[in-house]
Design a protein around this ligand. Structure first.
Ligand code: SF4
Length: 378
């Protein structure tokens, strides 16, 4: 029987603000709001550009608005942001941002310099997580609540502000950090497709040309296998705009039930059948994340089964050696075992790559830094 404990309910709702947070509105919503307030319609695109393109922190900075309109906006709206609780640099150049919500929750984003140019931000979509993946630090937080659209969007703006500050402060050639945030991955705290509406709206805002203008093809949404939401992702065309990554992590239901209890609701065969039906952009591949756990899912038989599961799919496999942390009873396989697993995948025709865990020395397992923050605060 399906394990109904696999998906927990939230402990709290998204906090309501008495004023409209302009960061929470996409372009169409900004237009509708502006018109509803009796402000001139053309103001909407100006306001959206100030909020999401120039990332201003105050309506006073919107200098092409009349004094009267600015005053009105100031009375009716807020530009509230997340608080920066900690910026933790790692020796490999990764920056982990621990951010504080208005109701005192800690979330985290990880900024990773790309090998070529630019940087990738790993974004959180929930406080804690409703799922209970056994290898994950976030799950031990429980499921506190979904993030609001503006809380997802502001993670990106905080990272862009950090990049701008670092670039301004750099006084040597070697110290120069990538100035531009080019890629987003929804692989931080939470299951993004479990907070579908807010994630979808955030993507709409972040890809808007008048906002951060991040190309949809440079955004990847990761899912642990929430089949109905994956079907919706395909049906609503998000799959034609942004990439999809599936956190697979096992090749048999017996093992996947254990490491990812959501599998008891939607087992591997159902997940794979859904993915094979998915309309995705013809240039895109589905990425499969495979966290390699020593002695659990890293055998030659797993390689064989993985190749069979993905046969004929436009699929890429990211093999991620487990990053040990105190909240999970697993070990990282030896480098030899990791190499044998990846080589085995390639010999069977899979496009497999090893993804080195980044920021090992700052607690790179998702949710770990937030957990440490709570331990310190508590
Ligand atoms: S791995 Fe992802 S989906 Fe699973 S519990 Fe952690 S945050 Fe949630």
């Amino acid at each position: 029987m399906a394990d109904l404990v696999a998906i927990r309910g939230p402990a709290a709702a998204i906090p309501k603000d008495p004023k409209v947070n302009l960061r929470d509105l996409d372009r169409e919503e900004t237009r509708a709001w502006v018109v509803a307030q009796g402000l001139p319609r053309y103001r909407a695109d100006q306001i959206f550009g100030w909020v999401h393109g120039k990332r201003v922190d105050s309506v006073e900075a919107m200098t092409n608005l009349s004094r009267a309109d600015r005053q009105r906006l100031g009375e009716l709206t807020t530009l509230r942001r997340l608080g920066v609780d900690l910026v933790a640099p790692a020796s490999d150049g990764t920056r982990k941002l621990r951010l504080r919500t208005v109701d005192g929750q800690l979330i985290e984003s990880v900024l990773i310099p790309n090998e070529g140019r630019g940087a990738t931000l790993c974004v959180s979509s929930q406080v804690g997580c409703a799922l209970t993946c056994a290898f994950c630090a976030t799950q031990s937080l429980g499921f506190r609540r979904n993030l609001a659209t503006w809380e997802i969007v502001d993670q990106v703006y905080q990272a862009q502000d950090l990049l701008a500050r670092e670039a301004a402060a750099a006084d040597t050639e070697e110290a120069v950090w990538p100035e531009r945030l080019t890629n987003l991955v929804f692989m931080g705290m939470g299951e993004p497709l479990h907070n579908y509406n807010q994630v979808k709206r955030a993507i709409g805002i972040l890809t808007d040309d008048a906002g951060a203008a991040i190309a949809g093809r440079r955004i990847t949404v990761s899912s642990a296998g929430l089949v109905p939401a994956i079907e919706r992702f395909g049906r609503e065309g998000l799959g034609l705009e942004v990439g999809l990554a599936i956190s697979l992590n096992a090749t048999t239901d017996a093992i996947r039930d254990r490491v990812m209890p959501i599998n008891t609701r939607w087992p591997i065969a159902e997940l794979m059948a859904t993915l094979r039906r998915l309309p995705i952009h013809r240039r895109r591949w589905v990425t499969f994340e495979y966290v390699l756990l020593a002695g659990v899912n890293d055998s030659d038989d797993d390689v064989e089964r993985l190749a069979a599961l993905l046969r004929g799919m436009r699929a890429q496999v990211n093999v991620i050696p487990f990053n040990p942390h105190p909240h999970a009873p697993f070990e990282r396989p030896s480098p030899r075992r990791v190499a044998a697993f990846v080589d085995g995948c390639r010999e069977r025709g899979l496009h497999a790559y090893t993804r080195t865990p980044r920021g090992d020395d700052i607690g790179a397992a998702c949710g770990q830094l937030a957990l440490e923050g709570e331990a310190v605060a508590g």
